[in-house]
Ligand binder design. Sequence first.
Ligand SMILES: Cc1cc2nc3c(=O)[nH]c(=O)nc-3n(C[C@H](O)[C@H](O)[C@H](O)COP(=O)(O)OP(=O)(O)OC[C@H]3O[C@@H](n4cnc5c(N)ncnc54)[C@H](O)[C@@H]3O)c2cc1C
Length: 288
Amino acid sequence: MYPSRFHYEAPRTLDEAFEAIQAYGDEAKILAGGMSLIPLIKLRFAAPACIVDINNIPGLDYHEEEGGSLRIGALCRHRTLERSSLLRNNYPVMYATAPLIADPMVRNRGTLVGSICHADPQGDWASVMLSLGGEIIARNAEGRERTIPVSEFVVGPFQNSLQTGEIAVAARVPAAQGTRKGTYLKLERRVGDFATVGVAINLEMSGGTVNRAGIALTGVGSNNIKCTSAEQALAGKSLNSSTIDQAARLAAEASEPKSDVRGSAEYKRHIVYTFVQRGLSSREARAA
Ligand SMILES: Cc1cc2nc3c(=O)[nH]c(=O)nc-3n(C[C@H](O)[C@H](O)[C@H](O)COP(=O)(O)OP(=O)(O)OC[C@H]3O[C@@H](n4cnc5c(N)ncnc54)[C@H](O)[C@@H]3O)c2cc1C
């Protein structure tokens, strides 16, 4: 199907991008990687009056640490994160996730920030950011920035809390409380598919003690789910078969799966339990 007619803007600065979105208000859509937006407009599930392509704006394709936190620019692609030595060394849950997003073609274009803005309950990055306590940095035409926790940024399936006229310029991961350990486990029907179940685990540890735990789920609810009870059950504890089993049970209870072509609700809940247990028992998690 052909998309409906739209106006196309390719600004070269953020100021020009703000001018374009101000002119069209809610009828404007930002184009980052286009890997979710283009299929939507081709299927006519979205019909924006104007597409504002930010790919020609310099300075948005980066990921770097500043003051202990990680900042990921709006044009940082999945592929860059997949190859990042910074992620390999300091952000194991992100490093485990990047190669599991879609396929190489999608990873070459798609962005982490675009994925969070898209707010697909089956998107992997939102769970990862929930497990890390991540945030989105939104900017408006006046240059005012808002920092929004991802837990508040995603307000429903395919809905985010950006205000009209704002652009998400970056994502941010706060400094860790200790050494980061973690992983991302994803069950998919075939390579490159969206998650039947995904489990993000981020542990911030001192010696054998968990200072802060982050556990979040993909594909088993109308949004990505932050497993607060399971996280609290691990805080201040060491990892052993009893604490791991308790966290896995609490995470499975927090899931809200629905039966569909990918499997029954009962099966998916069992996978959540198994993946949390496996993730917390893994060498990466326990090597602290
Ligand atoms: C075949 C296929 C398989 C896929 N498999 C997976 C998968 O396994 N796991 C997974 O997580 N994802 C998957 N995806 C989605 C993919 O990760 C997308 O890259 C991602 O969802 C959106 O990123 P994007 O940069 O392409 O955003 P775009 O498509 O450009 O934009 C998506 C939405 O976010 C908005 N937006 C984007 N950037 C900004 C910004 N800076 N500020 C404000 N709004 C913005 C757009 O206006 C649009 O509404 C798949 C996609 C395809 C086509």
